[in-house]
Design a binder for this molecule. Structure first.
Ligand SMILES: C[S@@+](CC[C@H](N)C(=O)[O-])C[C@H]1O[C@@H](n2cnc3c(N)ncnc32)[C@H](O)[C@@H]1O
Length: 281
């Protein structure tokens, strides 16, 4: 397809509205008017890859793709996956200093079981940070039934997450001691690449899950991280999601949300612990 055709691709208001409605109903993400240029830029790459010459043709392709593969690609292209190791580090400190000691203490009575869910895990930095924290704080971890479920809607980021390979700039936010202990340097040229150690990877199970759909897991979870995901959802969708998290947490379980998110205006039964940290009574 000639470059000038691609440059002149037009995304009409009607097509943008249709894409927004589709994305909203499928995955809860709110693409308000200000996002039109972003949607156009990101989907133009898909059109280019598929050699499709107009958004009208692309929308037909998505609608008629019975297996839903292109829908997945479209959602992949439109979701924002920004993340980092130990992002919003107070959450990992809270996990290390408050939650894990409590769970370890009560394990004499309740058994050595630990379940954490990283909902909207992106490329894996969040669940691996959780796994490192658990490894550091739970004595005799091998004798525990400990699992971290890490889910995302995007198959693209999940593939990267499962690989567990990160470059120098990604691992910069891992504390040096933990980096030395849990990251193996597997390549030095053309750039330094690190692989998350097997002891950490084996704690994490990755799966594709659209938070808007039915959840196959039973729980209960001791901790749920759903950070910087709901920011794209409207209040009504957020409210429903928060209450579903509540139902899946064990009594005393903790929910972490992102630092720019809040449960203000959401009807819920959680106890407020501190900003962005909530506990099921
Ligand atoms: C900005 S990233 C946040 C990653 C990580 N939780 C953090 O805070 O660093 C948001 C992630 O949510 C995922 N996401 C968005 N809508 C989703 C949905 N309906 N179901 C599951 N994951 C979704 C995106 O694919 C993306 O990887």
């Amino acid at each position: 397809m000639p470059l000038d055709t691609l440059l002149s691709l037009e995304l009409t208001e009607k097509q943008f509205d249709e894409i927004s409605a589709m994305v909203k109903s499928l995955c809860g993400i709110n693409l308000h008017d200000g996002k039109k240029e972003l949607v156009k830029a990101r989907l133009t790459k898909r059109l280019r890859k598929l050699s499709i010459g107009s958004f009208a043709e692309y929308m037909d392709f998505v609608r008629n793709d019975a297996g839903g593969a292109e829908l997945t690609n479209m959602l992949d292209a439109l979701s924002t996956n920004l993340t980092s190791f130990f992002r919003e580090n107070e959450h990992f400190e809270y996990l290390a200093n408050h939650i894990l000691p409590r769970i370890v203490n009560r394990s004499e009575q309740t058994g050595r079981r630990l379940r954490v869910w990283s909902a909207g895990c992106s490329s894996g930095e969040e669940p691996y940070s959780i796994a490192v924290t658990i490894n550091e704080k739970v004595p005799s971890l091998r004798s525990w039934d400990a699992k971290i479920l890490a889910t995302d809607i995007s198959t693209r980021v999940l593939a990267r997450a499962a690989e567990g390979v990160y470059n120098d700039s990604r691992v910069k936010t891992v504390p040096p001691q933990a980096r030395a202990k849990y990251f193996d340097c597997i390549e030095t040229r053309p750039e330094r690449l690190y692989r998350v150690a097997g002891s950490i990877r084996s704690l994490v199970h990755f799966a594709r899950l659209n938070l808007m759909n039915r959840w196959p897991m039973q729980g209960p979870f001791d901790v749920i991280f759903c950070r910087n995901v709901m920011i794209y959802f409207d209040k009504d969708t957020q409210g429903k999601l928060i209450n579903r998290f509540y139902d899946l947490l064990a009594p005393g379980g903790t929910l972490f949300i992102g630092h720019s998110e809040s449960l203000a205006g959401v009807n819920h039964k959680f106890n407020y612990t501190q900003p962005t940290i909530y506990q099921r009574p």
